[in-house]
Design a protein around this ligand. Sequence first.
Ligand SMILES: Cc1cc2nc3c(=O)[nH]c(=O)nc-3n(C[C@H](O)[C@H](O)[C@H](O)COP(=O)(O)OP(=O)(O)OC[C@H]3O[C@@H](n4cnc5c(N)ncnc54)[C@H](O)[C@@H]3O)c2cc1C
Length: 547
Amino acid sequence: MDFDLIVIGGGVNGCGIARDAAMRGFKTALVEKNDFGSGTTGASSQMIHGGARYLLSDVQTTKLSSIDSGYIQKIVPHLLFRIPFIFPVLRKPDKAELPQKLYFEALETYFETYDKYSALKNGKPHTRLSKDEALALEPDLVEDLIGAVTFDEWGIDSFRLCLANVLSAVEHGCEAYNHAEVTEILKEGGRVIGVRVKNLLDGSRRELRAKLVFNAAGPWVPQIAAMAGCELKLRPAKGVHLVLDRRITNYAIMAKAIDGRSIFLMPYQNTTVIGTTDDDYFGDPDEIPILEDEVEYLLEGVESVFPRVREARVINAWAGVRPTLYRRGPYEDDLSREHEIFDHEFRDKLPGFLSIAGGKLASYRLMAQEAVDAVCHKLGRVSPCRTHQVPLPGGERKVDPELLARDYGVPLFAANRLVYRHGSRAIRVLEMLKERPTLGNVICQCEPVLECELRYAIRHEWARTLGDLRRRTRFSIGPCEGTRCFMMGAQILGEELDLSPAEVYAQLNAFMEKSWKGRAPVLDGASLQQEELCSSVYFNVGNLDQY
Ligand SMILES: Cc1cc2nc3c(=O)[nH]c(=O)nc-3n(C[C@H](O)[C@H](O)[C@H](O)COP(=O)(O)OP(=O)(O)OC[C@H]3O[C@@H](n4cnc5c(N)ncnc54)[C@H](O)[C@@H]3O)c2cc1C
């Protein structure tokens, strides 16, 4: 056997399992068909939250997520940011089920209960605001408001979270492969003994053999299980988010959609995000359509509490599929977010094969711990989990962006973002300036991203495509939709990977095609005008004929 453990799927769960297993001394391989975090994890709402909405129906999820959120904050402090939420209480229609005063009291009692869990994740207790107080905090809230309740959650960059886990796993001896698709589960003597993998960039194939194979493929879990001859059903649910071109508020704001579902508007990095829908989805997880009526559903819902939302430009949309456990009956919103580990030795008489599904980004570390406990049990090894104690790469100590900006002569706004993404490892990125001071140039101005960070991501973080660069650095993600930087990014990628001009060109086209999928459903008004401008740059300057 080449390995003790092969993990299929580089979402947050797979990356978390790989790290934990490698730290416990297992010889581990991680195989991801696209890029780390590019599946459901990257399409999530990016919150390491407790989940106030699960309090009534799924309290165990709220508790576990809150506990794990507390640990995640400790091991990767640079990646987390507080998101204060305002829950506006609107004037009720005369025939509302609960009288106005009672409704406000009930809501406050709800958040009083949430406070108990919130404390586990260092959340601030809720507060009750009068109308004037709420409007003082957020003057663009709708006028027809009688007050508000506040609570808070934590945001994260889920791509960087995955990457931090992969980096740590590899530093503990794991072999990690992105753009490597598992095409077959290998069996011998009635047990799983490995996987066949295809490198999707160069077409090469190889076999990896291990004592155990862990299927952590999120919504693709049933597909991988089927490759092994097992039936494993999920109740997958699709969620859509919209991205606005700027931060239109400093607070996250809860709103009700037309069907009464809770949705939100939240500041996220240098943009604003609106989320999310929650609908059964039994289609292909690789091709998730975003419909115009889903876009309108979200905008209309947010508009009911924050009318100025229409003044911003929607620049992008993303969709993901929750790998929710199978249940027949409940509405999508009411489905439990609990997780489960499936041991196919007992379930399907197939030793050497395990699967994991369900759960939350916010409880990924705990899920990984349980998964690797199961691995220990199966391989007869006793080795305690340490992932809640040992910081992830970059989380070891604080660094001051101001000092970095001064010492390395880079703009403070870029140093700030660099420290956010890399923590103390921002120093390693900036050390590259010793090679050539021009590596301190700002390549992507919307974010902003320095040239050294792009090159660092290629040399040390497995970035092999422009999409990988975008996920690692937020390069080319801003309001100009990459118009000002993606060609420079392609040039850098070509230089670092020694690509031919034709390969660089193919990278550009592939990137454009992917980006277009996120923009097409939101093209309207000013976005349409911007699209025309970008197109003329792509055609006339870049000569990108396939666009
Ligand atoms: C809209 C939405 C919002 C959400 N918001 C939040 C939130 O704010 N907070 C929270 O805690 N949770 C949230 N969640 C839930 C959370 O995102 C998921 O529970 C979590 O990301 C699942 O991670 P995963 O690793 O299991 O799956 P994934 O991230 O999907 O990873 C599975 C990986 O397997 C890979 N794969 C598939 N097939 C193969 C193959 N053949 N070979 C190799 N690799 C393969 C895929 O490419 C993918 O990268 C949200 C989910 C959705 C959909």
